[in-house]
Design a protein around this ligand. Structure first.
Ligand SMILES: Nc1ncnc2c1ncn2[C@@H]1O[C@H](COP(=O)(O)OP(=O)(O)OP(=O)(O)O)[C@@H](O)[C@H]1O
Length: 270
């Protein structure tokens, strides 16, 4: 169980996240929704430990994971992987190396610095890439891939951590509708097949409704909705998104033109 107890993040006198208490069941697929600035990213960053709450605490399986330092914090990072909107891959490195960096918390530093990955780690990385239909891209530079391919590499890298939770911060915000479906299907697969808890910040209400078994709606840092997607009525959704309601209800935006699209012959592969 991931438990948040009165979690708060103040920036100056302003609360980005305000007294949030939640119990998230292991193996669930939770969508965090709300308008821009509602506190979604801050909430995920606090769960992962990239930011420390100014109030309250976060527990995983009964153990406090907020306020950790040093090795304990690094161990929590390994169990709680993060996927970002902009993929955060090393664009000049090949796909296989990017994927292997997910093992950094499992191998001695000198081995990773020298690129001395074990045969087992390499096999694991190939298996992860194969699972997401991108093993044929293993030798390509990550920066040459399409957005959808890069996000699948980022998810493969996250899996290499052998995490219990994946936190995805707007993972589809830079993708076109087709890649949006591929990436969301990938997250749904690892949630369903591996039992990994997925907490996903989403701007699109339609996508959140389609994929998540539970929605948490934030407004000005506070939880204003918490329940199954089917319980979120149109009026509540409109109140949650305010003037962004039309955009949130629509299908996701078109992918931004990418440098990679022109350069990479593999773009057509998705
Ligand atoms: N490092 C920071 N310093 C000061 N204020 C911050 C910081 N990070 C976030 N905020 C503020 O906290 C509030 C919540 O931001 P956050 O990024 O969590 O929202 P969000 O719901 O993820 O928005 P978006 O969908 O636009 O990414 C915003 O008002 C933002 O300006």
């Amino acid at each position: 169980m991931l438990k948040l107890e009165g979690v708060t993040m103040n920036y100056g006198r302003r609360a980005a996240v305000d007294d949030v208490s939640l119990d998230l069941r292991p193996g669930s697929f939770v969508g965090v929704i709300g308008r821009s600035g509602a506190g979604k990213s801050t909430l995920l960053r606090m769960i992962n430990g990239l930011a420390q709450p100014t109030g309250g605490r976060i527990l995983w399986q009964g153990q406090q994971v907020s306020g950790l330092r040093g090795a304990a914090r690094r161990r929590w990072h390994a169990r709680c992987a993060m996927v970002f909107q902009q993929f955060n891959l090393a664009g000049r490195l090949d796909v296989l190396t990017n994927t292997l960096t997910g093992r950094l918390n499992h191998v001695p530093l000198h081995r990773s610095l020298l690129g001395l990955w074990s045969r087992e780690d390499r096999a694991m990385a190939f298996a992860a890439l194969e699972r997401f239909d991108i093993a044929d891209l293993a030798a390509q530079r990550a920066g040459q891939l399409s957005g959808g391919q890069q996000q699948r590499v980022a998810i493969a890298r996250a899996l290499m951590q052998e995490p219990e939770i994946i936190l995805a911060d707007e993972p589809i915000a830079s993708l076109d509708p087709r890649n949006t479906a591929v990436v969301m299907d990938t997250l749904a697969r690892i949630n369903r097949d591996d039992g990994i808890t997925v907490v996903c910040n989403l701007h699109s209400l339609e996508i959140a409704r389609r994929y998540c078994d539970r929605l948490v709606g934030l407004s000005a840092g506070r939880v204003v909705f918490d329940g199954p997607a089917r319980d979120l009525g149109e009026d509540a959704a409109r109140a949650l998104y305010g003037i962004e309601a039309e955009a949130a209800a629509a299908t996701p935006p078109q992918e931004q033109p990418q440098e990679a699209r022109a350069k990479s012959p593999s773009y057509a592969q998705v």
